[in-house]
Design a protein around this ligand. Structure first.
Ligand SMILES: Nc1nc2c(c(=O)[nH]1)N=C([C@H](O)[C@H](O)COP(=O)(O)OP(=O)(O)OP(=O)(O)O)CN2
Ligand SMILES: [Zn+2]
Length: 118
């Protein structure tokens, strides 16, 4: 069974390695959507894989480090593509949430990246 929880945050970024004139070379903002998934067995007594609150706790703390920031200022996010951000979120969470199975980041309604730890 896979369970997930979604989180939203607003942040600005700029992609420093795009070719000259690329729109993403300019500082701009996104309303990010982050989806954190956990894979596991459903506990026979509790009827759940994990309490959603146990996902929400560590992720909300992490989102607090991203919300209303310029992502480029955050260590490890100097080139904050969706792909880099999804892997960064995984790396920040995995110690506290070892049952983590997937991190998905939407930068726009139609564009995003999914990271599954490899
Ligand atoms: N593989 C990636 N490509 C792009 C990334 C990224 O992180 N990974 N990021 C961007 C920009 O940040 C851009 O803001 C979002 O891209 P895009 O989908 O092109 O945004 P639009 O809403 O402008 O696209 P539409 O064509 O209007 O849907 C670019 N590429
Ligand atoms: Zn962007």
């Amino acid at each position: 069974m896979i369970v997930f929880k979604e989180f939203r945050f607003e942040a600005a970024h700029q992609l420093p390695r795009v070719p000259p004139g690329h729109k993403c070379g300019r500082v701009h903002g996104h309303s990010y959507l982050l989806k954190v998934s956990v894979d596991g067995e459903v506990d026979g007594e509790l009827g759940w894989v994990i309490d959603f609150a146990d996902i929400g706790g560590p992720v909300k703390t992490l989102v607090g480090r991203l919300d209303h920031r310029l992502l480029n200022d955050i260590p490890g996010l100097d080139n904050p593509t969706c792909e880099v951000l999804a892997r960064w979120v995984w790396e920040q969470l995995i110690a506290q949430l070892p049952v983590l199975s997937e991190v998905a980041v939407w930068e726009t309604a139609t564009s995003g990246a999914i990271y599954r730890g490899q």
